[in-house]
Design a protein around this ligand. Structure first.
Ligand SMILES: N[C@@H](CCC(=O)N[C@@H](CS)C(=O)NCC(=O)O)C(=O)O
Length: 217
């Protein structure tokens, strides 16, 4: 495949693929998707050729390969500075980068206890205390940002923060996490984004769930 390509994996399970894909869509980048299924070990060899980290997402643009979601976000900022993937003011940009970084390197308990699975619904799920601490931190971030900018998104208009937190939104829905009105409304807003509708539709159309992937992924 030539031209601009985003290598991703399952739309049902791969939260990092969703983040990278949303960023590219939000930036208005024209790209082809290369979906590398992860259920076949042979695909790991193929993935190794496409993404040096053997992880997805990986963006190939103008002969340049960018792997790692935050690096893709920063690259998009360089090639599409006019799009506003980060908010306008320096302070808000710093805050946006900080909460994106916090998602990128943190919330490990949430990620392992509540793996992304768009097809699944677990009403009344019990959330253990480690994951609850991550949920409390994330909802505190959302409250601060929504209050500071009067919504409707974390920095007023959508930014890369929405892409970073979108998979968390889907987890809250999958695992029936109890949220207050402001956070529940924010989740609804994210799920109503046209890009999210497109992604979720494709995820639901994927072949049946793979039990072994019902874990941190
Ligand atoms: N820090 C990386 C994380 C990427 C990552 O963990 N990707 C997972 C999918 S969500 C992956 O590629 N897994 C492939 C595998 O385990 O074979 C990023 O920001 O892109």
């Amino acid at each position: 495949m030539t031209g601009t390509v985003l290598t991703i994996s399952s739309k049902n399970y791969s939260s990092w693929s969703l983040r990278g894909w949303l960023m590219c869509k939000m930036a208005g980048l024209e790209f082809a998707e290369e979906v590398v299924p992860v259920d076949d070990p042979a695909n790991r060899a193929e993935l190794a050729l496409l993404s040096p980290s053997i992880l997805v997402p990986c963006l190939t643009h103008a002969g340049i390969r960018v792997w790692d979601t935050l690096a893709i976000g920063e690259y998009l900022l360089e090639i599409k500075p006019e799009v506003g993937l980060l908010p306008a003011g320096r302070g808000d940009r710093a805050r946006c980068r900080s909460i994106c970084g916090e998602m990128h390197s943190g919330s490990g308990n949430l990620r392992s206890a509540l793996p992304m699975n768009l097809k699944a619904r677990h009403p009344g799920s019990k959330v253990w205390s480690g994951a609850q601490a991550d949920i409390d931190r994330i909802t505190a971030i959302w409250h601060d940002c929504l209050a500071a900018h009067d919504g409707p998104y974390l920095f007023g208009a959508p930014t890369m923060a929405e892409a970073m937190y979108a998979p968390v939104v889907t987890r809250f829905l999958t695992y029936d996490v109890r949220l207050d009105a402001a956070c529940a409304a924010y989740c609804e807003r994210i799920m109503a984004l046209p890009e999210m509708i497109e992604w979720c539709r494709a995820a639901l159309a994927e072949p049946d769930e793979l039990e072994e992937l019902d874990m941190e992924f």
